[in-house]
Design a binder for this molecule. Structure first.
Ligand SMILES: *[C@@H]1O[C@H](CO)[C@@H](O)[C@H](O)[C@H]1NC(C)=O
Ligand SMILES: *[C@@H]1O[C@H](CO)[C@@H](O)[C@H](O)[C@H]1NC(C)=O
Length: 470
């Protein structure tokens, strides 16, 4: 792996060199133009590299090992978990390579940070492969690395009961890992944002189509959603019981010295060594802070575990459900508190003057103070009309759907929108903003995704839905 790492470093350095040359000047168009060539070249290098690396990984780490020992738990772990994982990363990287080389790549506006994100994707994938390799080599796959076969149900089931009838607020058990859930009635709403909103808040024009066309969605069945984001305490219980392991390293906000301009710049970068217990500087996490730096797949594993514990169905919210909950029958507005930025610090842990003082990021911050620079304990801010906290900011939240560049063809019944992207659905959607999100990204309608199944950030966490069957 050392050789691979130094090769990657060389790739990064050469990309970094090109990046520096494509001078970033005024205006979005200009930035896109100047980065265009670099992007395409960068894609080729990065994704060819990933393909080679995953293939190399298979040969070195798996096949050699398999040939020596190929029985029992180890064999099962490799075949049932590691192999599919490596295959899916390979598929993902070749999908992205194709996308990078297609004519309409730039029409899809992957994002202005593409160049930087490509390098981060590679680091994310690489650290995931490191984890798998370490598990295989150390034999620490036994017992319970990723499987949930041994999860104990008994205690939870015996203690499970509704705390409140009628079914408004409840927990499926008294244990700390059972989140408080709120029942959301069925109903309809209009999903998406308008040009008027985008113009009013200064949203970059190239992402206007992402939350359009507006369309009516009918949610036919009631369901329950977490009153709060899943907390560090709850996540720790999952890790403790299952031995589940996650790759190390996550993207976070950093102040970095800019060699070219001689200034300190604010960047969002993959940072070695970060993980959910230590997601960055300025993170004084208590056990009641939202768990962050988790991949979408980690959130899903947590939901599976909780489902087994409680005998109920927990899962990530569908994207339409998330927006339905957030809008809470208040009609069309930009934020849960109305249309102006004034409610920012009362309702959301957004990028305010306190965050600005720390990070100096020059974009539209909220002109208020809430005393928080990074994440805050869940429930510190006012809830929306359904009584749900931290929807618009604190941690951004994974939802279950696949990414689409707009709502053309979206389902109107609140179901999960998946299976597309040529059958590849590794790229999950994030909803809401985070403590580092400006006035136009804390909008209810805002949505985004990153083209790496392994993406994780100190800014992202999740909350869960619990299905209600009657
Ligand atoms: C800036 O970067 C260049 C190239 O990496 C390096 O040679 C130089 O020493 C750096 N300067 C400072 C002030 O760090
Ligand atoms: C917010 O703006 C929308 C669209 O202009 C308008 O329909 C709505 O009434 C406004 N809401 C508030 C609370 O001002």
């Amino acid at each position: 792996m050392k050789i691979i790492k130094s090769l990657i470093l060389i790739i990064f350095l050469s990309i970094g060199y090109c990046y520096g040359n494509s001078e970033i000047s005024n205006g979005i168009r200009k930035i896109q133009e100047s980065m265009k060539n670099f992007e395409v070249d960068g894609c080729k290098i990065v994704f060819d590299k990933v393909s080679k690396e995953t293939k190399g990984f298979k040969e070195n780490c798996l096949q050699t090992y398999l040939s020596k020992k190929n029985n029992g738990n180890e064999y099962n772990f490799i075949n049932n978990f590691v192999r599919p994982k490596v295959e899916s990363l390979l598929e993902e990287s070749s999908f992205l390579l194709k996308r990078c080389n297609s004519d309409d790549y730039d029409d899809n506006h992957l994002g202005l940070e593409r160049g930087q994100r490509l390098r981060d994707f590679l680091k994310e994938w690489s650290s995931s492969l490191d984890l798998l390799c370490n598990i295989v080599i150390s034999g620490s796959y036994v017992p319970m690395v990723f499987g949930l076969d041994n999860v104990k149900k008994s205690r939870a089931i015996i203690e499970c009961q509704d705390l409140d009838t009628p079914f408004n607020h409840f927990r499926d058990c008294y244990d700390a890992y059972c989140p408080e859930m709120v029942v959301i009635p069925s109903g309809s709403f209009v999903m998406g944002g308008t040009d008027e909103e985008h113009r009013a808040l200064g949203v970059d024009e190239h992402i206007w189509p992402w939350d359009q066309p507006r369309h009516q969605v009918n949610i036919k069945k009631k369901f329950a959603i977490g009153k709060y984001e899943i907390t560090l305490r709850q996540f720790r219980e999952f890790i403790k019981e299952t031995g589940y392991r996650m790759p190390i390293g996550a993207t976070t906000v950093l102040r970095v010295y800019n060699n070219r301009t001689g200034t300190l710049d604010t960047r969002v970068l993959f940072t070695e060594g970060l993980h959910y217990e230590a997601p960055g500087d300025d993170f004084a996490q208590t056990e009641n802070h939202p768990v962050v730096a988790v991949r979408r797949e980690d959130a899903r594993e947590f939901a599976k575990w909780l489902s087994i514990k409680t005998g109920q169905t927990y899962r990530l919210p569908y994207e339409a459900e998330w927006e339905y909950v957030t809008r809470a029958n208040q009609g069309y507005q930009y934020y849960i508190w109305g249309n102006t930025t004034e409610g920012g610090c009362r309702y959301s842990n957004c990028f305010d003057l306190d965050s600005f003082d720390r990070f100096q990021f020059k974009f539209d911050h909220f002109e208020c103070r809430d005393g928080e620079k990074t994440s805050a304990r869940v429930g510190k801010y006012l809830p929306n009309q359904f009584g749900i906290h931290d929807l618009l900011a604190n941690a951004r939240e994974w939802v279950d759907d696949c990414w689409h560049y707009g709502y053309e063809g979206a389902p109107c019944d609140g179901s999960r929108w998946g299976e597309e992207n040529n059958g590849i659905c590794y790229f999950g959607v994030l909803r809401g903003g985070s403590f580092f999100y400006n006035t136009y990204n804390v909008r209810i309608a805002y949505r985004n995704a990153y083209f790496s199944s392994q993406a994780r950030s100190s800014m992202w966490g999740f909350r869960l839905v619990r299905e209600i069957n009657e």
